[in-house]
Ligand binder design. Structure first.
Ligand code: ADP
Length: 445
């Protein structure tokens, strides 16, 4: 075996935990050199500069190669891949933008802007080039949450120059037209103004552009997302009773547009009592578990209620910058790492959903893109339905009597929901079943 093959084989033991494949077959190892004199050097090209385990990768590479008898030294240069998706139409300020992340909520006041701003600065802190667009025309909040030294917006050529604060490029209607709110604008006008401000801002080369969406799931949101190539969405909610319904609405909107929801943030979900040290959940347990079980959203992060989050926001400095070692920053780091991980899975097709089909006489066939197909019995799947009609929303108790499901029940319609689940209509008239792929796989076994 030649030295190149030996080196690559040694590196093959290093598995990317998120993508489940080794770094060689993922194509991360580039420009391998120094094989003749044993002073090996190469570039490890990761999916994002914000990769949370890049140093761990470096150490593993050094250890793996050092085990070869002819290797004298190992030098690993870390870099990030070029833009992952087809660029936006040229002549547009989004041309150099890698991923566009929409941060959305069904209602106002749940902390969507707080999450968007802190997520942007967290991603920047992890090493990414980041932009932040405040798409809320009626209540732009970015101008109060950050304090750029220069607040005047000007154009160069036909491009609007973004403001910059602590390395993150910023744009908001609140910066572009600080004097007047467009209270009387109608939907189509709002969409047009937003579209212009977003696509004509000179964002330059960015790894991530975080878009703080207007609250709700109406026409303005739909239009905005049809016009810009949103890569992934983060939904923000609070754990009150109604919020599960809200989240489902949000998931359905992104689903229509085929935008994968990579994380759900349950904001203001708990606080630690300074007196007794007990963790309280004033609004109850929230919907995390149900989101995972019912929709297969893999990342659900809950954020604490912390006075400093709002104090710093109101004072023009995101809490992750003001108190980088504090508990709020730690919670946002968890979110940032999860978002980076999920986006990188999507890029590598690791999230590509299996094909689900009905084969009479055989069963419901679940065929993953890279593995053997498995089969689920329709009656078993129908009885395992966990929709609101079959399982009590609040208590989680089963409402469906399995005996009422005919043994010969069949699917009449199967439709994928985003990257995470499949919706099935049944011959017994039941049309609200949704099964995450993980559930299908578990039942197939
Ligand atoms: P939205 O964008 O959903 O309308 P905001 O991000 O503007 O909501 O947040 C509403 C208010 O709640 C703000 O004053 C903000 O500082 C505060 N807030 C948001 N999240 C938290 C939190 N986890 N702890 C304490 N205050 C918070």
């Amino acid at each position: 075996m030649n030295r190149e093959s030996e080196a690559l084989d040694a590196l093959r033991v290093i598995i990317d935990p998120d993508l489940g494949r080794d770094i060689v077959s993922l194509g991360f190892v580039k420009n391998l050199a120094g094989l003749d004199d044993g002073r090996v050097r190469f570039t490890l090209e990761l999916t994002t500069p914000a990769c949370p385990i890049k140093e761990q990768f470096r150490t593993q590479c050094v250890e793996a190669l050092r085990a070869l008898p002819w290797v004298k030294s190992v030098d690993v240069t870390l870099s990030a891949a070029a833009r992952p998706r087809p660029p936006s139409p040229s002549g547009n300020g989004l041309e150099g933008v890698g991923t566009i992340l929409a941060v959305s909520s069904c209602k106002g006041g749940v902390g969507k802007s707080t999450v968007a701003v802190n997520l942007a600065y967290t991603l920047a802190g992890l090493g990414s080039r980041v932009g932040l667009f405040d798409a809320d025309i009626f209540g732009p909040s970015l101008p109060t949450m950050v304090s750029p030294a220069e607040t005047e917006v000007y154009a160069r050529g036909n491009r609007i120059q973004p403001l910059v604060y602590e390395g993150v490029k910023l744009m908001s209607f609140g910066f572009a037209a600080p004097q007047g709110g467009p209270a009387i604008m109608r939907g189509p006008m709002v969409s047009q103004v937003l579209d212009q401000l977003l696509t004509q801002t000179e964002w330059g080369e960015l790894d991530h552009l975080v878009v703080d969406m207007p609250p709700g799931t109406g026409d303005i949101q739909l239009t905005l997302m049809q016009r810009v190539p949103v890569s992934a969405a983060v939904i923000v909610t609070t754990p009150q009773k109604l919020s599960f319904v809200d989240v489902v609405k949000g998931i359905q909107m992104f689903d229509k547009l085929r935008v994968p929801v990579v994380a759900v943030v349950e904001n203001m979900s708990w606080y630690d009592c300074p007196g007794c040290g007990t963790r309280h959940r004033p609004f109850g347990a929230g919907a995390r578990e149900r989101l995972v079980n019912q929709f297969g959203i893999r990342t659900a992060v809950d954020l604490p209620i912390r006075e400093e989050i709002s104090t710093w926001s109101d004072g023009g400095r995101p809490v992750v910058l003001a108190e980088p070692e504090g508990p709020a920053a730690a919670a946002f780091r968890e979110l940032g790492a999860a978002v980076v991980r999920e986006v990188s899975r999507l890029r590598h097709g690791a999230g590509a959903p299996p094909a689900v089909s009905w084969e009479p006489g055989r069963g419901i066939v679940v065929a993953p893109t890279d593995g053997a197909a498995s089969v689920v019995s329709p009656a078993l799947l129908r009885r395992a339905c966990s929709c609101a009609l079959c399982v009590d929303e609040r208590t989680g108790e089963k409402k469906l009597d399995p005996a009422t499901v005919p043994e010969a029940v069949e699917p009449t319609h199967i439709e994928p929901m985003g990257n995470y689940a499949v919706a099935i209509h049944w011959s017994d008239g039941h049309t609200s079943s949704i099964y995450p792929y993980d559930t299908l796989a578990a039942l197939a076994e």
